[in-house]
Design a protein around this ligand. Structure first.
Ligand code: SF4
Length: 271
């Protein structure tokens, strides 16, 4: 066995292995550092502002309160390593926060948060699927007007082409599985809010979709176990390579994966 087989996975790590096993090895098995990426930091800031907004009573969730929540998120970012690591100053920083404010405004055009009752925020969920424990945080869960459970998640990237909606929804299908395991209740709806494009995608989880979650998770975990045993983590060249922090060590781009452990920790240091 070259690597220890992971005993826990998150929905994003499951997708990460599917997207590119070698990138998964660098990031999740070896824990190599990756420079902060502006779109991820922006997503965290918007999530935090909406979390603060939903921490208030429904009637208090106004746009003025959302503006104040974003200011709180900005103050918190001052001590966030990823935000600081972006090294933004002046116009760059102003543009970053203007875009965050636009995304929060867009959210208000999609939904009136004062109508959302009894929201649970950042709920930790965890349950076994086959031989692995899957866990993560759900952005928001609430009851709809008929008392049924709804799982919601905010996205700040582009809304997917209709052909890729199910792939975008895979994370929430996993959460539906975990909630059903933990609470014995099938959620009635899964909602993705793509605030950049003001698009909401809805799905209704079913016994069939949860069986697919179990099959997919078990298949990915088995594949990870085989890679850990052989040390072979395949490459998967595609558009995501443009954002990959490990290109220098990827054979698809002439790199040597064996050098990453020594060189990647140095790559992000100031010269
Ligand atoms: S550059 Fe592309 S193929 Fe290589 S590790 Fe990164 S995502 Fe995978």
């Amino acid at each position: 066995m070259i690597f220890d087989v992971p005993t826990t996975l998150s929905p994003s790590r499951i997708s990460s292995f599917e997207n590119c096993p070698l990138q998964f090895r660098f990031a999740s098995m070896q824990g190599l550092p990756q420079p902060p990426q502006v779109h991820l930091v922006r997503g965290n800031a918007v999530h935090r502002a909406l979390e603060l907004l939903f921490g208030d009573e429904p009637a208090a969730r106004t746009q003025a309160r959302a503006t104040a929540a974003l200011a709180e998120a900005r103050a918190e970012c001052a001590s966030d390593a990823n935000y600081v690591g972006l090294g933004m100053t002046g116009a760059d920083e102003d543009a970053f926060w203007s875009e965050c404010a636009r995304l929060v405004d867009n959210y208000f055009q999609m939904e009136d948060p004062s109508t959302v009752a009894g929201a649970e925020l950042e709920t930790w969920v965890e349950a076994p699927i086959g031989r692995v424990t899957v866990r993560g945080y759900i952005d928001r869960m609430e009851r709809d007007g008929d008392g049924r459970l709804v799982i919601s998640d905010y996205k700040t990237g582009r809304a997917p082409n209709p052909n890729y909606e199910d792939r975008a929804m895979a994370q929430l299908q996993v959460y539906a599985y975990l909630v059903r395991e933990m609470r014995g209740e099938m959620p009635s709806a899964l909602r993705l809010y793509f605030v950049r494009d003001k698009v909401r995608i809805d799905r209704t989880p079913s016994e069939q979709s949860l069986r697919h979650v179990a099959r997919r998770t078990t298949g990915v975990h088995d594949a990870i176990a085989r890679s850990c045993e052989t040390g072979v983590f395949a490459t998967k060249k595609g558009p995501l390579c443009n954002f990959c922090a490990f290109r220098s060590w990827c054979p698809e781009f002439g790199g040597d994966p064996a050098r990453a452990a020594d060189e990647a920790p140095l790559a992000g240091r100031p010269r």
